[in-house]
Design a protein around this ligand. Structure first.
Ligand code: ADP
Ligand code: MG
Length: 875
């Protein structure tokens, strides 16, 4: 922008605000519009698809681009801007334009950022809206703090391992809308942090935040939380988070509370990819945001806090048997209530999102009807609690009943204050119930008395003058008047003073009218003032209860979620899985929790039998479309559900606690994210191998597909050996490499299975039934035929296939496999050595510890050391 333009006072004022709010999109109130200028105007016009105009030319002929939105529609535009990840500063006129001398004074009255919004329409649903702050420690271990400003929850945690990936995993379930980063001090190791976070959390807004609040500057709850942080890094990330909230939502800082729920309890680690692959809260296909998900299939919650808790639990399952069993016990007790369960659930139905109402109250962005909703929500909570007490609950349900206890005085206060008909806004009618505030009542009576006098005055004037059409009226500019139509003007008495002339009438006032008018206006002003003052006082009284309302809402959310689990279990015939410290994973007649709903009775149930101590690795073969991916996801979802405390769709299930769940899906399944290179695939596998432990569950949907047959096969094999021999975790691999199925017969902890297909009269029927042993048919041509490829093309492919099979180019099938298979094995066995066990490992494995005497053990140890040393001396 040229100096000349910058020179105009309005633009100068705007630039001044922009300088004080760097990185913000400034919406600048001018008259009835919020305007932006210059580059911001171009940006706004593009993002909101509104017209870009220009200010009239200044002295030098320069025309500044300008774009604006009408003030009354600003909320909906704000919603779109926040959705797109902008941080917006609303700059309002803070003095009456009519009284201003020169330029109207303007100030930023509100900053709106994606991670700190409170309004329902900006939040876009009941799910959590997290703002997070991250950092990496000197040991490269990440830490984070997260806050949902709208519900008051404040959480923090440390990544399970050093490095950026583990930090991303720790954050995955939060799905942050806004991320605060520490300023980079030139450490080249930090650069990948931003890149990785950005690629993982694509909808989030990122900001480098320099300010870190010190504990002493903060309200009590946060001061304690930060003061007690177990590491300087955790104190720093929380301090940075607090500083940001202090700027964007200063009023809310005192109402944020470390939430007990997520602290301390160990969790099932689910990385961002796994959350996506299993379609837990969001469908994988980005073009179908309303596609089926686990959350969607289980969301029979009755309340917004319930929905929020359900989503959090499914994205954040537990990693401790005791905590899981406590939830399961509660679900089971609710199931046992039979009709009582639905009665309990229906009490919750009318509860509004009381946590967010409380926050908006604290932030003074509340409309009176929301307080009425709070009041009726609180009484519904109370009815729910009473239901919960019959029969007397035990365990977690008993604790919840206690946590749902009424907040002393709050319900009474709301009932006493709010009228039956609550006005839509604070200036649209009586705000308070009669009797709540004697002064308000007195002023309202005075105003009403004035209006009655006015009516009397009108009647008397009509009688005195004989003008039947004489009326008392009121307008903002002239106040009260007596209106006489033109034909009757002759009968107007002398003491009427002319006030205003219209085309067909004259308006008058009298001494008496002026006096009554003065008393009405005085009462009205005083009433408005008193009501506003009393309203603020009333809200301040409730402020003190905001954290209690937040806690109540959390307890309600938990009860609603447990009741939903119970409802789903009863409704869909789900069973309580046995969750224990074993490493087994057993399912009888398991159904995919989401597809089972959409396919209804057509879904074919399958068993699962994995055990870390025995058959821990399953190789799945079967043609395309036979159900391999579905089966693997089903197994993954069972673990998620079981560890979230839910029941599962099966006849029986046993889940030995899983510490982390890892998935890798074939590139066709990740196509939506443009990830298809072999390099990406390999780095994902590397990540899994690094992070998995003996308690993990690893689901690999096709490994080694992105490269030529042999090196892909070799890598797939080596990966399996590694998982089988070293990690020893439960693993399922779906593959088209039939060669693998023969190779794994050499591994004691591995099994083959395939999804059955029936061939009849040249047609292939997918049975979707899991059966032991491998299959070597891929029916690719059949699938191609189903997909509608032209017959000539299929015939040509058929001919080629026969030729290839005869030549044995590695696409071995059982029928013709002998020679290519031997060749394949030779290649693989040659590279087999490094993965094989060392002599020492073998000896250790052979050791019969059950019948070993201490003496024999010592002798054995000495012998092994001798061998090791001897081997070390060899050239
Ligand atoms: P693959 O991974 O073997 O190519 P998918 O798992 O993608 O096959 O399954 C293909 C389709 O088959 C699914 O979309 C689903 O409609 C159906 N399907 C899969 N498993 C089952 C099952 N157990 N019962 C019924 N239909 C199934
Ligand atoms: Mg598949």
């Amino acid at each position: 922008m040229s100096d000349a333009v910058a020179g105009t006072p309005l633009i100068e004022q705007y630039e001044g605000v922009k300088a004080r709010f760097p990185g913000h999109l400034v919406l600048f109130r001018v008259g009835d519009f919020y305007e932006t200028f210059g580059d911001d105007a171009k940006l706004l016009a593009r993002e909101l698809e509104i017209v870009l105009t220009a200010r009239s030319a200044d002295a030098s002929g320069e025309r500044t681009p300008m774009a604006g939105v009408p003030h009354h529609a600003v909320e909906s535009y704000l919603g779109r801007l926040v959705q797109k990840g902008y941080k917006v500063a609303i700059c309002d006129q803070v003095e009456d334009a009519r009284l201003a001398k020169g330029l109207v004074k303007r100030e930023v009255t509100r900053v709106v950022t994606p991670g700190t919004v409170l309004e329902d329409r900006l939040l876009g649903g009941p799910d959590h809206n997290f703002l997070v702050s991250v950092g990496l420690g000197p040991d490269r271990r990440g830490a984070f703090a997260a806050v949902d400003v709208s519900t008051g929850e404040w959480l923090c945690g440390t990544a399970s391992a050093p490095g950026v990936d583990a930090l991303v995993t720790a954050l995955a379930a939060f799905g942050p809308r806004e991320v605060l980063l520490p300023p980079f001090d030139g450490n080249p190791n930090d650069a990948p942090l931003l890149a990785t976070l950005r690629s993982e959390f694509r909808n989030a807004r990122f900001e480098t935040a320099t300010q870190v609040a010190l504990p002493d500057e903060l309200p009590e709850a946060l001061r304690e939380a930060i003061g007690a942080a177990p590491s300087p890094l955790l104190a720093e990330v929380q301090g940075r988070l607090a500083a940001y909230v202090r700027v964007t939502q200063p009023r809310l800082l005192p109402f944020l509370e470390p939430a007990g729920e997520a602290l301390g309890v160990r969790r099932l680690l689910l990385d961002a990819k796994t959350l996506r692959h299993l379609e837990i809260a969001r469908p994988m296909n980005p073009d179908d945001p309303s596609g089926p998900t686990l959350l969607g299939a289980y969301d029979e919650t009755r309340t917004a806090p319930g929905r929020r808790t359900l989503a959090f639990w499914l994205k954040h399952p537990l990693g401790e048997v005791d905590a899981i069993v406590a939830r399961q016990d509660a679900v089971e007790a609710l199931v046992a209530r039979d009709a009582g369960l639905e009665a309990l659930r229906s009490e919750m139905r009318p509860v509004a999102d009381i946590a967010r109402i409380a926050t908006r109250l604290a932030g003074r962005r509340i409309r009176p009807p929301e307080l009425a909703a709070l009041a009726s929500g609180l009484s519904a909570v109370e009815r729910t609690r009473r239901r919960l007490l019959e029969p007397p609950p035990i365990g977690r349900l008993a604790e919840l009943a206690a946590e749902l206890g009424p907040i002393p005085g709050l319900g009474e206060l709301l009932a006493a204050a709010l009228p039956d008909e609550v006005p839509a806004t604070i200036d649209a009618g009586p705000l308070f119930r009669r009797g709540f505030d004697p002064e308000v009542d007195r002023l309202r009576d005075a105003e009403r008395a004035g209006r009655t006098s006015m009516e009397r005055l009108e009647r008397e004037a009509q009688e005195a003058t004989g003008i039947r059409s004489l009326r008392v009226g009121f307008n903002q500019v002239f106040g009260y008047y007596l209106e006489v139509s033109r034909p009757n003007l002759a009968r107007v008495p002398a003491h009427f003073r002319r006030k205003q002339t219209l085309a067909n009438a004259e308006r008058f006032t009298t001494d008496e009218l002026s006096a009554v008018e003065a008393s009405i206006l005085a009462a009205r002003d005083a009433l408005g003032e008193r009501e506003a003052e009393r309203w603020e006082h009333f809200l301040t009284e409730i402020d003190a209860q905001v954290p209690a309302i937040h806690r109540l809402s959390r307890a309600l959310g938990e009860l609603d979620t447990l009741a939903t689990f119970a409802h789903v279990a009863v409704d869909r015939g789900h069973v309580r899985p046995v969750v224990d410290e074993s490493t087994s994973l057993q399912v009888r007649d398991g159904r995919h929790p989401v597809l089972d709903r959409t396919l209804a009775r057509a879904f074919v149930p399958n068993d699962t039998e994995l055990d870390g101590a025995g058959a821990r690795l399953l190789i799945l073969t079967g043609p395309n479309m036979s159900g391999k991916s579905t089966y693997m996801r089903q197994v993954g979802l069972f673990v998620v559900l079981a560890q979230a405390g839910a029941f599962v769709p099966a006849k029986f299930a046993r889940v030995g606690l899983v510490s982390s769940l890892h998935t890798r899906m074939g590139f066709t399944d990740e196509i939506g994210r443009g990830k298809s290179s072999f390099m990406v695939e390999m780095s994902e596998v590397a990540e899994i191998l690094r992070d998995a432990d003996a308690r993990s569950l690893v689901l690999l949907d096709e490994v080694g597909r992105g490269t030529s047959t042999f090196d892909g096969l070799a890598l797939a094999w080596a990966t399996l050996r590694h998982l089988h021999d070293r990690v020893r975790c439960r693993t399922i691999l779906a593959t088209h490499y039939h060669q693998l199925t023969e190779l794994i017969e050499r591994l004691d902890g591995a099994r083959n299975a395939h999804l059955a297909v029936r061939e009849s009269a040249g047609e292939v029927v997918f049975l979707h039934r899991l059966v032991p042993g491998s299959t070597d048919r891929s029916y690719g041509l059949h699938v191609a035929k189903l997909a509608g490829l032209p017959p000539e093309l299929l015939q040509e492919a058929q001919r080629l296939l026969r030729q290839l099979e005869d030549q044995g180019v590695g696409l071995a099938t059982r029928s013709n496999a002998r020679s290519p298979m031997r060749y394949t094995q030779a290649v693989l066995l040659a590279t087999d050595a490094p993965a094989a066990r060392s002599e020492l490992e073998q000896a250790l494995d052979d050791l019969d510890t059950d019948h070993l005497t201490p003496m024999a053990a010592l002798v054995w140890l000495a012998e092994q050391r001798r061998r090791l040393r001897a081997a070390g001396r060899e050239p």
